[in-house]
Design a protein. Sequence first.
Length: 491
Amino acid sequence: MTLDCPLEGLQPAAFGVSGLRHHHLECRAEGEAATLPMTWAQQHMLMLFQALEPETQSLNLQVRLALRDGLTLDQVLEALRDLVVGHEALRTRYVPPPEGPAQRILSDVGLTVAVLDCGEQVPDKTLPAVVAELGGQRFDIENGSPIRAAVIVASGSPRHVAFAFSHLTNDMTGWLWLKYHLRALLPDIPDDARVPKVPYLMRDAAEWESSPAGIRLGSRALAQHEATYRAMPQTMLPRRLQEVEAPRFRYLQYTSPMLATAVPYLAARHNATPAAVLYAGVCSVAGFVSALPGAFIQLTVGNRLEPKLYGAVGMYTQDVPARVDLTDASVADVIDRATPAILQAARFGRYPPLELEAARRRIELDRGVAFDLSCWLNFVPIARLAPAGERPSAAVLEQARAQARWRWIEGTDNSTSTYFVFADGFGDRLVLTLIVDTAVLPADEALAWVQAIERVLGESVAQDVAVASIGERTELAQSARGDGWTLVDGN
């Protein structure tokens, strides 16, 4: 049993607190330890871990909770102990070859919780600094706990809990169910009678995937995704790498009230999802800039549509390839074309990733190209956007666009993304967080892309916006193609 001490060795003053101590919790669940096959989703995430080794911290999930008044530290610590005991995903370790690759579910583990005392009140910098520190270190997926936790105390009472989770054993929807499990500590989460007493487990998923039904679905998914590979362009950004200053990969956070207004309206008008609308906006801009007749972006799919997965904690997310035709299209056309493409891709969100990787390599040999799979979109499926109402006026949209805000966040030199768009909604604003490879897509141009997506979706509320006219409406220019360039098979 490995005890990981979060924030160990750091001075309390770095977080604006007066004291830092650790509580070691023994977490013993019923049953014996078991070694089981990894799920397809875990295999998929493991491939990302291996691509980023040894700096895998960019994959960590970082979250925090504000606690209700009247709690004691013992109550919070006991709730955290119960969290680990009650959820196998938080007691799971990776088993490497030759015994693996596999997952080992332990029954007896330790959880070390950092407790930070802020004195009379919590400084503004403390909570984000603690969350960043918890998530800023790689997880030891073989021997260490897949959860780190810290409790922030002020005036003698716990005020916040901060977490980091290993993405190999948990995804963001799993985190939301962990939050539900902790609802007794929180001020505003009611009971949900639909949550089963014993939720679906990752071991259940692994068993199903090896069943005849799982094998059939996996085969159909492989056929669907292979067809997408055969039709997609080689890359969305046919450019040479440029020399750039470190960090090469930068993070852009863009907050858009305009998109929060336009996206739900367009989704309702086109009988589409908000994800399909945003996907169409990204594809339209990306396809225009690179002068391609089609756009390809990988989609992150939660794979949680089945009722039995309600309440499940674990790693179920996979990425699927999706392509949309841009030929002679308006942005409205792209939304209509994107909807069936996304639905079909998401329908086969569960697939054996190692087999798909082998199929991709065969197709690359057939076509004579190496595919660029570095462009992604992850739209939080339960994004909290306000419902669509009447068509917003041009004045309302322009006022909302003027309220857009953005900031650049510290970057990294280790990523697999040319651009990764993570979208989440908060009522009156849509927040896009981008990871951008500035060696391919310079920072200023990446910002111009996001602003172009915002503009063309906003203008599409009232009129048709041709993809070919995006350059007339934005600061973007289409890539020039000289005599040395020939468009062959979408490349």
